[in-house]
Design a protein around this ligand. Structure first.
Ligand SMILES: C[S@@+](CC[C@H](N)C(=O)[O-])C[C@H]1O[C@@H](n2cnc3c(N)ncnc32)[C@H](O)[C@@H]1O
Length: 277
C-alpha cells in the first residue's frame, strides 16, 4: 500500500467489501471498488479486524450510514454531493454521472487516493473533485470547495460519515457551521458514536479495547456524543430542521427483512440537518 492512506479509511472500505463478500444479497451498498482503491494484499481477509463474526455490527453500520446518505442525496434531487472526510468512499465511481462529487479529506490521505485513482484509470464523471483540507487546522473546507468549483447557490447534500469521533468538538462545530451556510434546501448527514457507557454492558469491554487500539494507532476517539449533544451541535451550527436517526432506525429501514440477523443496531447513529428553504 502506498504511504499516506488513513488506516481508518482503509478499514471502512474493507468492511464495505466484506459485506458484499460475506453477507447474503440484497446488499445494502454494493461496493467492491473501495477494496480495489485500498490496494491491499490478497491476505487482507485474514486481518484480525476483518473477522467475519466480530465485524458484523461494524460492517452493517458502515454500509447503513453510506446508504442513508446516498438515499438522502437521491431523495433531494441535488446534483452536488460533498463528502467531508471522504476516505475511500466510492459513490463517484458507482453513480451514473449526474452528480458532481466533492471529496474533502486530510491532505496525505487525499494525495494517496489521487494516485490510486490515477493508477486505476478513473476519469471524468467517475472521478471526484478532490479538495485537501485538515478540519483541525482552522481551514475553511467551504472556501476550498468553492475554489474547486462548488456552486454555493445550488442545494447540496453533505455527508460526514465516520469522522466526528476523530475530531475535537470545536472542529465539528466549525465544519457544521459551513455546511449550515449552504443554499436553502441543502441537507447535511453526519454520523456519531455514542459514549461507551451508553453501550449495552456486554459490548462495553470490546469498545474499551477498540478505543485503546484507536489511540495506539494514532487515531484517538476525541468526540463521543450522546444523541442530544449531536443534535445540539447541528442546531448551534445554524441548522433549523434537525433529526436523529438511531442505529435501531437504520435497522428498521434497511435490515428488517433480513433473515441472517445482520444489523447495525448498537453502531453509529446519524444526524440529518436541513438548511430551511
Ligand atoms: C473512518 S474514515 C471514514 C471514511 C469515509 N467517510 C467512510 O465512511 O468510509 C475517517 C476519515 O476522516 C478523515 N479525517 C480524520 N480527521 C480529519 C481531519 N482533521 N481533517 C480532514 N479529514 C479528517 C480521515 O482522513 C478519513 O478519511
Amino acid at each position: 500500500m502506498a504511504q499516506g492512506a488513513d488506516s481508518t479509511a482503509v478499514r471502512t472500505a474493507l468492511w464495505r467489501a466484506l459485506h458484499v463478500l460475506l453477507d447474503e444479497p440484497p446488499h445494502v451498498v454494493d461496493d467492491l471498488v473501495g477494496v480495489q482503491i485500498a490496494d491491499v494484499d490478497d491476505a487482507w481477509r485474514t486481518r484480525p479486524d476483518m473477522n467475519s463474526e466480530r465485524t458484523r455490527t461494524n460492517r452493517a453500520s458502515i454500509v447503513a450510514r453510506s446508504r442513508a446518505a446516498e438515499d438522502t442525496l437521491g431523495d433531494s434531487g441535488s446534483r452536488q454531493y460533498v463528502l467531508l472526510g471522504a476516505g475511500l468512499d466510492t459513490f463517484a465511481q458507482r453513480q451514473d454521472g449526474n452528480v458532481r462529487v466533492f471529496e474533502i479529506d486530510e491532505p496525505a490521505t487525499q494525495e494517496w487516493k489521487r494516485q490510486r485513482l490515477d493508477e486505476l484509470g478513473y476519469l471524468d464523471s467517475a472521478r471526484p473533485i478532490l479538495v485537501p483540507v485538515d478540519f483541525e487546522a482552522g481551514q475553511s473546507w467551504l472556501a476550498e470547495a468553492k475554489a474547486a468549483g462548488l456552486d454555493p447557490t445550488a442545494p447540496t447534500v453533505v455527508a460526514m460519515l465516520g469522522v466526528t469521533m476523530y475530531l475535537t468538538r470545536d472542529a465539528i462545530s466549525a465544519t457544521l457551521r459551513e455546511a449550515a451556510s449552504l443554499a436553502p434546501g441543502s441537507v447535511t448527514v453526519f454520523s456519531y458514536s455514542r459514549p461507551i457507557e451508553m453501550a449495552p454492558p456486554e459490548v462495553r469491554t470490546i469498545l474499551e479495547v477498540a478505543s485503546q487500539g484507536a489511540a495506539a494507532s494514532g487515531h484517538p476517539w476525541l468526540s463521543l456524543l450522546r444523541p442530544d449533544e449531536a443534535a445540539a451541535l447541528a442546531r448551534d451550527a445554524g441548522f433549523s430542521d434537525v433529526s436523529v436517526i438511531t442505529s435501531d432506525d437504520l435497522h428498521d429501514r434497511y435490515f428488517a427483512d433480513r433473515t441472517d440477523g445482520l444489523s447495525p443496531a448498537g453502531g453509529e447513529d446519524l444526524v440529518v440537518a436541513e438548511v430551511s428553504r
